[in-house]
Design a protein. Sequence first.
Length: 446
Amino acid sequence: LKNEIHLHLTIDGSDQVGMDEFGVLLSLRSTAAIGRELGGFGQYLQNNVYSYIGGKYQPINFRDRLQKSIEMAFRDELEIVNLGFFDSMNPPRSIQVNGKSGWEEKPLCYMVLKAKTPSVDRLPLLQMDVNTMDDSGMVVLPVHSNSVALDATRSASSGTDTSAMASRPIYDLSVSQVIDTRESTMQKEKCIRFEISATGRGIVPSIEHLLSGLEGSIPGYSINKEKIESEAIQVVGIEANNKSIATSLNASNESNAYMSVDSDGLFRLPTSRKWVIRFEPNAVTPENKVVVPKLSSRLNGSLRSERFVDMDLVPVIDESFPLHATSRVPLPVFVGGGIASILIPILGWSVLRRRNRGPMLEDAMLQLPKDITPFSAIITLQRFAKHFGSKLNNHERQQLHSDIAALEKKFFSAETNEQSVETKGMIDTTAANETLQCWHKVLAHA
C-alpha cells in the first residue's frame, strides 16, 4: 500500500527561487485501484468529517489537520505567504509514474512560499495520515512527500533573462489599473494615484515585471516608494463552508468550478495581488500628459485602463491623455459655476420682466439645467425653494428642504467619498434626476 500512494510536491517554474515568492503544488498520487478501494481522497480536503474511530463515529477536521502539518514542516526555513485548498470534488487526472500507467494525481493545495534565508536548499518533507481499514479495524497510514531541491541563493530573474516570469508561468492574467489625477491640482497633496490589481493562475509577478513604462508615465512626477501600498499574494481557494468560490460564480455550469491542469501539466489555483502607487511632483518641469503604462511584453494577458473624470470612471483608449483634463474642478471654478447657475436664470428673468411679469417669470425660474448632475440638481432645488416656497404649504416646504438635505448627504458627504473609492466612482445619480423632475412637475401645476 505504501508503494501505491504518496504525497508529491512540485515547484511552479524554475527551482531557482532566490528570496522571491514562488508557487508549490501539493498533490496526492496513487494508483487508480487504491483510490477506488479507499473511496477517493476528497475527505482530506474537508472539515467535520465523521470517521469510525475507537468503536464510534467522531468528527475529524482533515483540512485543518493538513494545513497544520504544512505550517509545522515549513515554519523554520520557509515563509508561507498564502495557501489555498482545491475543491474536495476536484477530479484527479491520469498520470504515469516511472513509465507506468494506471496512476492518478489529486490536487490538494497550492502554496505561495518564500525562503527565509539563502541557505535553504530543499523543500521540507511533509506527512499526511491516510485512514484505511483492515481486519483489525481502522489503520492510520502515514504518507510522506518527495524531496525537492531548490536554489535560494539566486532567483530566475538574476540571470541573463531579466524577466522573473520566464520561469514563473502565469495563465489567464488579467490586470486592471485605475488612474486618479483629481488631487493633482490641490494646494497641499498634488498626488496622483494608480490603483493596480492583477489576477491569474500561478504567481502574479511583481509590479516591476507586470507593467512597462510605469516609472516614467507622468513627466514631472516620480513614484514615492515609501508610500507604495502592496498587498501580499492571495490564493483563491475554497471557502470555509467547503464550497468552491468558482462554484458560486459559475452556479449555472458546475464543471467550471473545478480546476484542470494547464498546458504544462500542473494544477494551479487563481492568485491575486493589489498595489496603490503614488506619484508626487519632482524637480523636473511637469508636462500636462499622462502616458498610460502597458502590460509587459513578456506576459500574455489583458490590461484594462480607466481614469477618473470627476466622480465617474471612464475607459482609457489612447496611449496618453492630458493630466489636468481629469483633475477635480478647482474650488473657485466650482463655486463660480454654482453662482453662474443661479445668476443666469435671474438675468434671464430680469430681461423677461420687461415684457411679461407673469407666466414668463415663472417659466424662467422653473427652467431645468441642460445637464442634470447631483450638484446642478441641488442648486436648482434651492432656487425652487427660494422663489416658489410661498406657493407651497408647510408640509410641502418641509419636504422640499428635506429632499435637498438628503441629496447633499447622499452625494457630497464624507461617507459618499469613501463609497466612491470602493466602487471606483460609479455612483448612481438617478435619485437626483428623479427628485428634480418630481418637484418640477409639482411647481409647474402649483
